[in-house]
Write a protein that binds this ligand. Structure first.
Ligand SMILES: [Zn+2]
Length: 248
């Protein structure tokens, strides 16, 4: 019986998510981005040579690139504040991105203030990341959307009253929305191979950062800043990688 109990305890421990057995990471101080790689063995990739975000500059036009094949469908609203970002859970939906014959499922999208990527050295006040994953390989495709200050954003407006905070971290509703409504009309993009921008910084991400920003009002941007605070990883060196550009 004891052996069985011990087995149970140890097998549970194996199932614990990485974050529970690693030191908590933050965006500043002794657990900030410069120290992520030393907080946990599983965060070794944070020191790798294919890290994100990067400054998008020197991009090469590539005629072999294709338009993003996004197939997004309506789904119910499920939003959390996880302590670092405001995240819309889309796993229950059936939205996909198809790339080179493979289907990547949209798992979630979330926000960063200010933007993580820069275009020609210039950051935007807000960036959205749509995270897709290939079920069999675990490889990811993340689509980045930059927000510039301007007119009120209609997509965000529908959720502003319900965005979670640290004191009220979860909002669920049967109200349906389509994630495609947050995208700009023009889908020209920069693409490069990179990583997750938070620990464990896994280097299995193909990035597509859309060149055309969408607009959001200063009040909307300020609201995200107030809840999430500064949650932007500093730029990482491009190293030997090429950035390619697709013009729609
Ligand atoms: Zn992100």
């Amino acid at each position: 019986m004891l052996a069985f109990l011990l087995l149970f305890v140890f097998s549970c421990k194996d199932d614990e998510p990485v974050d529970d057995v690693c030191e908590k990471w933050e965006y500043e101080g002794v657990t900030g981005p410069d120290h992520w790689m030393s907080l946990c063995d599983d965060y070794a990739d944070c020191n790798g040579i294919f890290q994100s975000p990067v400054n998008l500059t020197g991009a090469l036009f590539d005629a072999s690139l294709k338009a993003l094949a996004l197939q997004y469908t309506d789904l119910e609203t499920d939003i959390v504040f996880n302590g670092h970002t405001i995240e819309f859970d889309t796993e229950k939906g059936n939205s996909t991105l198809n790339l080179n014959g493979a289907s990547y499922k949209l798992l979630q999208f979330h926000f960063h203030t200010h933007s993580e990527h820069a275009i020609e050295g210039v950051h935007a006040p807000l960036e959205l990341h749509l995270v897709h994953q290939h079920v069999a390989t675990g490889n990811r495709v993340v689509v980045g959307v930059l927000f510039e200050e301007g007119a009120e954003n209609a997509f965000l407006s529908a959720f502003m009253d319900h965005l979670p905070t640290s004191s009220s971290p979860h909002y669920e509703s049967s109200e349906q929305y389509n994630p495609a409504d947050v995208l700009p009309t023009n889908r020209s993009y920069y693409t490069y191979p990179g990583s997750l921008t938070t620990p464990p910084c896994t280097q299995n991400v193909i990035w597509y950062v859309l060149a055309q920003p969408v607009e959001a009002s200063s009040e909307q941007i300020h609201h995200f800043e107030t809840v999430m605070h500064e949650n932007s990883r500093p730029l990482r060196p491009l190293q030997e990688r090429a950035i390619r550009f697709f013009e729609e």
